[in-house]
Design a protein around this ligand. Structure first.
Ligand SMILES: NC(=O)c1ccc[n+]([C@@H]2O[C@H](COP(=O)([O-])OP(=O)(O)OC[C@H]3O[C@@H](n4cnc5c(N)ncnc54)[C@H](OP(=O)(O)O)[C@@H]3O)[C@@H](O)[C@H]2O)c1
Length: 224
């Protein structure tokens, strides 16, 4: 049976990814930093809770040591920092916190679970990114000019490409869920979290000859 781990999965898009992977028959480990929230979400979905704070290497190590196999890793946990940090008005400590979670976190988690993923016959890594991180239209788009969240997703895209390059036996891709109504944006998004989960499920279930090192949403490839 295929085994998956989703980080930041006690709510929002991560929780919906968990539900959809379980519906496909996978054994799913629901990663959450808070045991109470994580245990509850796992009990509600039939997933297995694993305590995992992506910014805390010790907790990631413990989580990796507790699993015997892994086929699918979804690096979903992410934060905005709750502050815009536009050029000229930056709280660098806040920016650092966002990078720790959105960029360093997925690297810590991926490094910890890579040995298990390499042993899988169908290893997949999905990094939940965002079109706001796309450099292609950053000069002209209408997205908030956050020096925290926006470049964190640009960096996550580069991290995705480098893992894809070094791990040709895996399928490693970045996905954008679209603008979904979750706590991340005070529920201003226009899609549901369940809709946003769809691209992660698509990338988690790619065929062995499927793409790697790409960036996708429900409409197909996104310009970097
Ligand atoms: N919503 C959108 O429109 C949208 C658009 C593009 C991309 N995305 C991306 O999609 C992903 C999920 O976003 P969402 O909208 O579902 O956000 P959300 O509802 O705010 O959920 C974020 C999840 O990440 C967890 N998390 C935060 N920091 C963590 C850490 N250090 N360790 C472990 N878990 C941590 C949160 O846990 P707690 O409950 O403990 O805080 C929560 O479970 C993020 O990477 C986000 O950037 C979202």
């Amino acid at each position: 049976m295929t085994t998956a781990l989703v980080t930041g999965a006690n709510k929002g898009i991560g929780l919906e990814i968990v539900k959809q992977l379980i519906d496909l028959g996978m054994t799913v480990h629901l990663g959450a930093r808070d045991p109470e929230r994580g245990e509850k979400a796992a009990a509600d979905t039939g997933a297995r809770f694993v305590q995992l704070d992506v910014a805390d290497p010790a907790s990631v190590r413990r989580a990796a040591d507790s699993l015997e196999r892994l086929d699918v890793l979804v690096n979903n946990a992410g934060i905005t920092g709750g502050r815009l940090n536009s050029p000229g008005d930056v709280d660098t400590a806040n920016v650092r916190e966002v990078y720790e979670t959105n960029v360093i976190g997925p690297i810590i988690v991926t490094e910890a679970f890579l040995p298990l993923l390499r042993r899988s016959a169908h290893g997949r890594i999905v990094n939940m990114s965002s079109t706001v991180g796309s450099l292609a239209d950053m000069m002209s788009n209408d997205y908030p000019d956050s020096l925290a969240y926006v470049p964190s997703k640009t960096a996550l895209n580069a991290v995705t490409v480098l893992y894809a390059k070094k791990e040709p036996g895996l399928r490693v891709n970045a996905g954008c869920p679209g603008y979904c109504a979750t706590d991340l944006n005070n529920h201003n998004g226009i899609r549901t979290a369940a809709q946003g989960a769809g691209i992660a499920v698509t990338l988690a279930t790619l065929d062995d000859d499927g793409p790697t090192g790409g960036f996708y949403d429900d409409n197909g490839a996104i310009a970097w």
